[in-house]
Ligand binder design. Structure first.
Ligand code: AMP
Length: 224
């Protein structure tokens, strides 16, 4: 089972993705998390990526596309994957489609979480990352997932913020890329929506990301 997750930063895409990956027992391949891991380890990719990430810009395709296509060839991806954060623009969408076709692989499901840009921005500024699992939902502005004091509400782990989450300019730039329907991430979603309509093999799921986590999950489960 090969699944793509789309949604603006702050839409709960990562949280819902973690639930889908558990349901189908798939590796969760998150481009942003791979970059953060590389930054943490000080690798060459990490050093190059950090300057773009801190500005809220996309890491160049020459770095990102091979990094993700190589990741999908690793052993744990043999029986499928859930890809989250990639493709982020139309070029990446085309390259992914070409790579899948060349490898004889089908895309099974595409999930698009829809959320208003202003709501997404507020959610980003309130989110906190758990040291044990980035997808444990913690947000100081959302009652249902408020942290337990300064600790993770799921496991009690230490919480931190992402530096690119507290910078309004960087958030604005990330959203400008996401909501760009010509060359940005919405152009990538439309690319796969078109394929779903033309080829009829892909199940395309639209989700309203505005209710609470539980409601969105229930909607997702009923549509999968
Ligand atoms: P995320 O955790 O998905 O919000 O990603 C954090 C940052 O990593 C983004 O703002 C980009 O700078 C970079 N990034 C993640 N995925 C991609 C991608 N597919 N293409 C280019 N840059 C990316």
């Amino acid at each position: 089972m090969n699944i793509l997750m789309f949604g603006p930063n702050g839409s709960g895409k990562g949280t819902q993705g973690a639930i889908v990956k558990d349901k189908y027992n798939l590796p969760h391949v998150e481009s942003g998390a791979i970059f953060r891991e590389n930054i943490g380890k000080g690798t060459e990719i990490g050093v190059k990526a950090k300057e773009y990430i801190d500005r809220g810009e996309l890491v160049p395709d020459e770095i990102t596309i091979p990094m993700i296509l190589d990741r999908l060839k690793q052993d744990d991806c043999k029986n499928g994957w859930l890809l989250d954060g990639f493709p982020r623009n139309k070029v990446q969408a085309i390259k992914l489609d070409e790579a899948l076709k060349a490898a004889g692989l089908d895309l099974d499901i595409v999930v698009e979480v829809l959320l208003d840009r202003e709501i997404a921005k507020n959610r980003i500024m309130g989110r906190r990352l758990c040291a044990n699992d980035n997808n444990h939902p913690n947000n100081i502005f959302i009652d249902a997932i408020k942290p337990d004091g300064d600790k993770c509400r799921v496991c009690g782990g230490d919480l931190s913020t992402r530096s690119d989450d507290q910078d309004e300019d960087a958030i604005g730039k990330r959203h400008a890329i996401y909501y760009d329907t010509d060359t940005g991430t919405l152009a990538a979603t439309y690319y796969f929506k078109d394929l779903a309509e033309k080829e009829g093999k892909i199940k395309y799921i639209n989700l309203d990301g505005s209710p609470g986590v539980k409601e969105v999950t229930a909607d997702l489960m009923s549509k999968l």
